[in-house]
Design a protein around this ligand. Structure first.
Ligand code: UDP
Length: 325
């Protein structure tokens, strides 16, 4: 099959491209390189099954052409990272809402199946855990960037869902919970690559808030496997699925774990949220997915635990820092 991946030069998109090519598909990666990077796909350069198209999902003409050419679409292009969203809220909203509307309308025009990646940000401040797909969204003011981002991803989900309900377009919605792994950059705020780099440089690990807030981190290869299986499963159409790990850890303990694995001399530095992000910033205290739906449909179960993930990311970063001298 010819597969279009929007955001195909991004962290998750590049791993997805690799996995699909390994299965014998050809991939067109559409990416405007805003947060995606050429280096993420440079090892695929010259592979006849891979094509990188540098352009935006906001370019209707381009999206039209690419959607016409492909058989199926993984729509991953979106503003990512809490830091980026807080710093560029307008661009984040436009990319997520207008961009998705363009992708879905072209998919509808040419009747192509779309899988869209949503986010655990959807649940907002709901600290009840584990979170089920039908659980309530609890949000703060839409004037706070984080909640507007959550809302923009909800609009993506609504679009995917109503294109399915009203237009019978086959769509699948996947809510990703803190996906981590090689090629992920800390530049947009993601905590694991940031801690790994800080620990390797023996710099203080910046824990925001009390560090009591918790997350579950999913290894990117497990995420990619889940995405592909959901795309392929006929009963996933019209559905929404959490995809994540259930290995919960507080951010304070994550910092300790990274320091220990690296064997670093780093200390932990507590940074107030308003200093790290913006005045009035609200975090999510706890975010653990209920994965029974995806488990029962495709037998999903993460295979790489957090300790192994950190080790893999440390090795990658260590090599990169060594090469940089
Ligand atoms: N975080 C932190 N130090 C950092 C970056 C992030 O303590 O240098 C915290 C952040 O406030 C949040 C958690 O780590 O509580 C996960 O942050 P990330 O941006 O990776 O993901 P998300 O907030 O989207 O879950």
């Amino acid at each position: 099959m010819e597969v279009l991946i929007t955001g195909g030069a991004g962290f998750i998109g590049s791993h997805l491209a690799e996995a699909l090519i390994a299965q014998g598909h050809s991939v067109i990666a559409l990416d405007n390189l805003s947060t995606g990077r050429i280096e993420n796909v440079k090892h695929l350069d010259g592979n006849s099954s891979f094509q990188l198209v540098i352009g935006s999902i906001l370019d209707e003409f381009l999206v039209d052409k690419l959607v016409e050419r492909c058989d199926i679409i993984y729509h991953l292009a979106a503003a990512v990272g809490v830091k980026l969203i807080v710093e560029h809220p307008l661009e984040s909203m436009t990319t997520n809402i207008k961009g998705s509307e363009i992708v879905f309308s072209m998919a509808h025009r040419y009747r192509k199946k779309v899988l869209v990646t949503s986010s655990s940000e959807i649940y907002g401040k709901n600290t009840q855990g584990p979170l089920k797909e039908d659980d309530d969204r609890i949000l703060g003011s839409p004037l706070k960037s984080r909640w507007s981002y959550s809302t923009s991803k909800a609009v993506d989900e609504i679009l995917a869902y109503i294109y399915w309900k009203e237009m019978n377009l086959p769509t699948v919605i996947v809510r990703l919970f803190n996906v981590v792994g090689p090629r992920q950059t800390g530049a947009y705020g993601m905590v694991v690559p940031r801690f790994v780099e800080q620990a390797l440089k023996n710099e203080p690990l910046t824990v925001y808030g009390s560090g009591e807030q918790s997350r579950c981190f999913l290894y990117v290869s497990d995420a990619v496997k889940g995405l592909i299986q959901l795309m392929e499963h006929p009963q996933a159409v019209g559905g929404v699925f959490n995809l994540g790990s259930q290995e919960e850890i507080s951010i304070k303990d994550l910092a300790r774990k990274v320091i220990e694995i690296v064997g670093s001399n780093s200390e932990i530095k507590y940074v107030p949220y308003e200093e790290a992000y913006e005045e009035g910033f609200e975090d999510m205290e706890r975010r653990i997915p209920d994965i029974s739906r995806v488990r029962s449909l495709i037998g999903f179960q993460p295979t790489v635990n957090l300790e192994e993930v950190i080790k893999i990311m440390v090795e990658e970063k260590r090599k990169e820092l060594f090469e940089q001298g």
